[in-house]
Design a protein around this ligand. Sequence first.
Ligand SMILES: Nc1nc(=O)c2c([nH]1)NC[C@@H]1CN(c3ccc(C(=O)N[C@@H](CCC(=O)O)C(=O)O)cc3)C=[N+]21
Length: 290
Amino acid sequence: MTAELMDGRVVAKSVRAETARRATAFRERTGTAPGLATVLVGEDPASKVYVANKRKSATAAGIADFHRQLPETSGEEEIAEVLETLAADPAVSGILLQLPLPGGADPGDLIELIPATKDVDGLTTASQGLLARNQPGLRPCTPSGVVRLLQEPGIPLTGAEAVVVGRSELVGRPMAQLLLHEDATVTMAHSRTRNLADVTRRADVLIAAAGVPGLIGPQHVKEGATVVDVGIHRTAAGLVGDVRTTEVAGRASRLTPVPGGVGPMTIAMLLANTVTAAEMQYPDSTAEGR
Ligand SMILES: Nc1nc(=O)c2c([nH]1)NC[C@@H]1CN(c3ccc(C(=O)N[C@@H](CCC(=O)O)C(=O)O)cc3)C=[N+]21
């Protein structure tokens, strides 16, 4: 078997086009465009590239750009003040605090300053609660992008065995919950899981989100499974994911590439979340919170 590659760039393009139409409709109805505030603390080169890509894609979709660059040396109070100002600004529909913060500072208390209606990363306690209860709200971009990528070719999730490797707050945990809401039978595996390959080989749909380069090889994959690679690592050999793609392609039926798989979906869902946020904040809105 040679796996078919699932092209995230193609699906992301259609999500971005649909988002641009929703942004236009919002602007025509309310007189103002949806707005996205990106907050970047410090000068980490990878974070700068990610934020630049998010801003460029937002502008292209008709979303107003509110960027705040803070010095590496910013204390929690300075970051808090910026977040509070953005939270109170009616032109700002969505707020994204780029992670990680410099020096590995804990973003927990800062994230809570973002109102749930502007939480386009879906990271606040309030957003996590709405997700856990399957109530309308903003969902983390990467896992919602993965669900969209799986839905596009009609991969069945109802009753499917889904295994998520990784339990991060930004990806693994919300991923498992979204799959559960799609009626999959969900197993979460992580760094303490015994006999990882025995667990992952059950999966019809395997989501690799451990943050370990090349963790998943052919021995982890059931013949014919769909494998989604959420990992992204810069190595001497270039960008690689958590999946050893070439080897796994011999067993899986479908596989996402890195780059060009989940990454572009993350940005597309951020834009979609920003328009959903704008709709939720505007009175008489027709918000389609997901
Ligand atoms: N508050 C916050 N929210 C995030 O969503 C967030 C974050 N912090 N910190 C870092 C991670 C990482 N992330 C990616 C987004 C797009 C690509 C992406 O577009 N990747 C392209 C290629 C990128 C490249 O060439 O470097 C691809 O996979 O094809 C990757 C990774 C969002 N993150």
